[in-house]
Design a protein around this ligand. Structure first.
Ligand code: RM4
Ligand code: MN
Length: 382
């Protein structure tokens, strides 16, 4: 197997282990973590069975604790590290009409202060990235001054960026709709790129695969952001309709393959590129730990296929104008079944050949279901 696979690392979202659902219903499941410490233990379990997930992203205040240094040690004791810190300015009443873009300076200051507090958390956890996703936007034409909001966003972001340490980065995520439906203040990669470029070298774009209109050529965006050195991170998930947050590679494995082809082409498999590969998913009806195991395996499998592309032959076919030949070279890689070889490779590295099965047979699920009784299960918003 390609040596590039050995250094592959996928960051897990703490919130994937809590209960989640739709606006219709959130189903509770036995064994769901009650604390961030239990979420981290579950994330570490995914890493133990796959070797692919050495870090966990936190969401503040959902994962708020009094002692982040102790939380960092807790993670290390479980064999993982704390990763990206996600801010949250979308659940407080005060943010009804926006946060970093709000027309009222006092509300903007509150939102900025929350981000500065997130940077304090990063200092304690050793996290590199502050990830900002904003729910800011409007529902009706005329409701807000589009230009004014963009100017205020730039100013708020600059204040936050100034507080970052020399090793820390800001990543700005975009999303084209929801919860606002007429306009969103960071709707697309162009807006995110314009805003982060104005900040400085350590400000980057976060690409969530679920945050595009249907039919968008996401691999093109990946190529362009890598080309200009501004792809900070991925939030991987998959979607059938909108921002479904389903298991990455479940809806369209071929799209995931095409994205990873551009990742490799753009040099982002090299850990030195600094691109963070994260999941941003929820498991509403399936078990959460196997849901995360399946997700990281899907990314690994599509990466292994993308690494099979015969790039010399492809370049030749492209230069020769051999349309179908070039397409055939890409498709040959996609259709190659890499699963048996990946299973052997895992075993050679002391990992289970079949992590899904190994987890099911491990007894961990039964153990957490028996032990985690009482208390308040973690969920959306906690
Ligand atoms: C948003 C966005 C963010 C995530 C929240 C929970 O839609 O994707 O990345 O932190 O959801
Ligand atoms: Mn996201």
């Amino acid at each position: 197997m390609e040596p590039a696979l050995a250094s592959q690392a996928i960051e897990l979202p703490s919130w994937a282990f809590g209960n989640s659902g739709t606006r219709f219903k959130v189903f509770g499941t036995p064994g769901t973590p009650r604390t961030v410490q239990e979420k981290i233990a579950d994330a570490a379990t995914v890493h133990r069975f796959t070797g692919l997930a050495p870090t966990v992203a936190l969401h503040i205040p959902w994962d708020h604790v009094d002692d982040y240094t102790a939380l960092r040690r807790h993670a290390e004791d479980h064999g993982v590290a704390l990763g990206t810190i996600n801010s949250n300015t979308f659940q407080d009443d005060v943010y009804k009409f926006g946060s970093l873009t709000h027309v009222d300076p006092a509300v903007r200051q509150q939102a900025v202060d929350h981000h500065l507090a997130c940077i304090d958390v990063m200092d304690a956890t050793g996290s590199r990235d502050l990830k900002i996703w904003l729910a800011d936007g409007t529902n009706y034409p005329g409701q807000g001054d589009l230009r004014g909001r963009q100017d205020r966003l730039a100013e708020s972001l600059a204040t936050i960026y100034d507080r970052l340490g020399p090793e820390q980065r800001l990543v700005l995520e975009y999303k084209f709709f929801e919860p606002a439906f007429y306009h969103t203040d960071v709707p697309d990669w162009g807006t995110s790129l314009v805003q982060v470029t104005a900040l400085g070298e350590r400000a980057m774009v976060c690409l969530d695969t679920g945050h595009h209109a249907p039919g968008t050529n996401i691999e093109f965006i990946v190529m362009q952001l890598l080309r200009v050195g501004r792809l900070g991170s991925f939030d991987f998930n998959s979607r059938f309709y909108a921002d479904d947050d389903l298991i990455v590679g479940a809806a369209d494995p071929f799209q995931l393959f095409r994205i990873l082809v551009e990742v490799i082409r753009g040099g982002a498999m090299d850990p030195a590129s600094g691109v963070a590969f994260m999941l941003d998913q929820c498991h509403n009806v399936e078990l959460k730990i196997p849901g995360q195991i399946r997700s990281v395996l899907n990314v690994q499998e599509m990466t292994a296929k993308a690494l099979l592309v015969d790039t010399d032959a492809l370049a030749e076919a492209q230069a020769a104008g051999d349309v179908l030949g070039a397409n055939g070279i890409l498709m040959d890689a996609f259709w190659t079944d890499v699963r048996p070889e990946l299973a052997r490779w895992r075993e050679s590295r002391g990992l289970p050949a079949d992590p899904m099965r190994a987890y099911a047979e491990s007894g961990y699920q039964q153990q957490i279901e028996a032990e985690r009784v009482g208390g308040q299960q973690a969920g959306w918003g906690a």
